[in-house]
Design a protein around this ligand. Sequence first.
Ligand code: FAD
Length: 479
Amino acid sequence: MSSSTYLMWFRSDLRISDNTALYEACNNGQVIAVYLLFPEQWQQHDDSPNKIKFQLAQLEDLKQALNELNIPLLIKKFHHFNEAAEFLLSTAKQYQCSGLFFNEEYGVNEINRDRQVHQAFHQAQLTCQSFTDQLLFTPGTIKNQSGNFYKVFTQFKRKLYEKLSVVNRLPLPTPAKQKKLNIKLTQDSLALDYCNKAITKLFDHWPIGETTAQQRLQLFINDKIVAYQENRDFPAQPATSQLSPYLTAGIISIRQCLHVARSANLGEFASGKSGITCWINELIWREFYKHILVGFPQVSKHQPFLAETQLIPWSNDSDLLKAWQQGKTGFPIVDAAMRQLVATGWMHNRLRMIVAMFLTKDLMLDWRLGEKFFMQHLVDGDLAANNGGWQWSASTGTDAAPYFRIFNPTNQSKKFDPQGQFIKQFVPELQQVPIKYIHQPQDYLQQNQLHNTYPIPIVDHSQARERVLSAFKQLKEAK
Ligand code: FAD
């Protein structure tokens, strides 16, 4: 085999277009692709069967796409991240490769694993190159004047926009077809029991494939992005891109999303059509939370971003938790949202905020319980965004607003699901309830002898609000 053969290690970048490491590896020589599975870690990391099944199906799709480029894909199963370095090195030696290429990942465990891989290749005097691909900018390159990571989104965004006006990396093309390699690779099976626990209609909701993701993006840009700002908060309307599972798995790249959005806005990202700038703003939230993950690694270990909030006396009440998880809280909007999560593996962003705020502020349950349950169901489960969203809602995180931002779930329901359309879609027992009562149906149900069909509220919002405010106030006073 020629000395210029390289391993390309796929991870959360399951695509061939605009894949930085793949593109660079192909520019350097012949490529053999590798994917490593760590099934025992899925449960430990709370990765949902929905996410795993979706990503493994995508892996099959990727294999076909690579096949058309004459790039063979080797898939191997392991117990622990620690085994990665030794295997990759021995594989590189077995196929006389000159080195390894991969794109960076940002969780603490992933960073440690990749450090070991770099060291092993360095010691063996083989090339090992990793690239910023998941993000627009490498964490650590957007810092404040004191050289620290930003803690506040708006300041981070301002700095990012400054950089973006100077550096605009366009998406890379798909690599050219390579010469066929004369090797046979044995591949471990992808038939895994864990995936049997995924929802049955997973692929109806979330069809796999790079082409699907590109089409989703294009449809969103053509039909919805201009009205995104007005419509994005109404869960009954399919007004958002629903690209999150594809971004999490790397089936589409952040540069592809940004590029298409900017092109629809005459190249602008911070001004122009408000729907487009609003959507780009959301892409930057994704970027922000990944920078937070690197700058404040305690959040990777599920510690609060604001250390002092460690002392908040969160509850672990299992009955309350169960009612929330099962969508039986007696608050229709919360219940509909939780049932959407369990039925589809996804939840609308406004609802994620409502149910997270409800769990932490109304029930005063530990935000980590909610974070975990989300990861166990989400098809787009992403440590940085999920942790960031939960800590924002619990007021333990980067929210610039003070802790007394507390949503009233009934008012949120009236505002963002005024006709109760979304509620009725996921809470069929409220199907016949008139709009007037849909946000608080208990009186109507009682009057019509239907009170056994739907729970009474498990908490009094006003009392709960006072309780949580007092807990935060005490914390402030103790400081
Ligand atoms: P769009 O509105 O079309 O936005 C485009 C993309 O921007 C999204 O696909 C996503 O990649 C990114 N994005 C949008 N909003 C956010 C945000 N607030 N934070 C970070 N990225 C964002 N997003 C995940 O991808 N994975 C998670 O595990 C996750 N958990 C969350 C938990 C909580 C408690 C909250 C409040 C938010 C969470 N989010 C998470 C962010 C957001 O809810 C989803 O990204 C969004 O609902 C996905 O739908 P969409 O693709 O239609 O988004």
